[in-house]
Write a protein that binds this ligand. Structure first.
Ligand code: NCD
Length: 301
């Protein structure tokens, strides 16, 4: 089974993955490693920088008994001009069951599905398109902290336009019955998100009191080709989550951020490290989510 984006999954499939991830919480730490994927080989192909996602997939694979191969383009034959597909085909020829791929081009994982017969492809983030395991770990964190997803109001704040995390959150959360608000400067909130039932907002202070969850997206400076707002300082002033804003929100509002965070831009340190923040829980939950996803990917198609 491939996992390319949450748009392709049904509500029941998403809930099934969250339930499976819940069973994997603590495996390899509080309880022994599992052998679900013993004999399987998972190849991580990361063509873009990553800390959390890459390490989390590796740890997850080991905790369910799989072997891992880690590829990054620097120091590889990519420097000699080998193409993306040729590299992937050669790695797979070593006997690989699942390819986990991160790439700056949207659609790179889809391309691999056409060139790697018999291998499952898991999208670990492709361009501005999708980041399904991040969407799942955000949902698992919300479900564990709030006890449900259905009926909650979740604001995605910031650079919606360039954010694959935003897109995966939108598909997953709306399928599970949450109300999603996309909030940011008009230049960074594409009006098309409204077609998925998402409310568009440009004034964070106005929506603050009705949010159960606020997911603060990093401004994706590396994907921006022009100036989308006057200055970083002004962005932080208008859309940054500060202690002062937090005091005007629901006292139990859950603060999420996919990381890496830019302290002082989308979030101030007091909020990032405060009692409403679930940022490090997200990372812990991510390992369990990836165990569930790898097991799911290894099912016969
Ligand atoms: C995100 C990504 O790479 O899409 N990070 C992550 O996977 N935790 C978000 C980001 O880079 O801002």
């Amino acid at each position: 089974m491939h996992l390319l984006g949450l748009e392709h999954l049904s509500r029941d499939q998403i809930v099934g993955l969250l339930d499976s991830a819940t069973e994997f919480l603590g495996v390899g730490r509080d309880t022994p490693k599992r052998t679900d994927l013993a004999g399987k080989v998972i190849a991580n192909l990361f063509y873009e920088p990553s800390t959390r996602t890459r390490l989390s997939f590796t740890l997850a694979a080991r905790r369910v008994g799989a072997e891992t191969l880690d590829f990054s383009p620097s120091g590889s034959s990519t420097a000699k001009g080998e193409s993306f597909v040729d590299t992937a085909q050669n790695i797979v020829a070593m006997g690989v069951d699942v390819v986990v791929v991160r790439h700056s081009s949207s659609g790179a994982p889809h391309l691999l599905t056409r060139h790697l017969p018999g291998v499952s492809v898991v999208n670990a983030g492709d361009g501005a398109h999708a980041h399904p395991t991040q969407g799942l770990l955000d949902m698992l964190t919300i479900r564990r902290r709030k006890g449900r997803i259905d009926g909650l109001t979740v604001a995605l704040v910031g650079d919606i336009l360039h954010s694959r995390v935003a897109r995966s959150n939108i598909h997953g959360l709306t399928k599970l019955g949450a109300k999603v608000i996309a909030c940011g400067p008009p230049t960074l909130v594409p009006p098309e998100v409204a077609q998925f039932g998402v409310e568009i907002a440009h004034d964070l202070d106005a929506i603050l009191p009705r949010c159960d969850v606020i997911n603060l997206l990093r401004v994706q400076f590396e994907r921006q080709r022009s100036a989308f707002f006057p200055s970083v300082g002004e962005y932080a002033h208008v859309f940054g989550m500060t202690g002062e804003r937090l005091r005007r929100a629901d006292p139990n509002v859950l603060i999420l951020a996919p990381g890496p965070i830019n302290r002082g831009v989308e979030i101030t340190p007091d909020v990032a490290d405060g009692r409403n923040s679930a940022i490090l829980d997200q990372v812990s939950n991510g390992v369990a989510v990836r165990m569930a996803v790898l097991k799911w990917a290894c099912q016969p198609r």
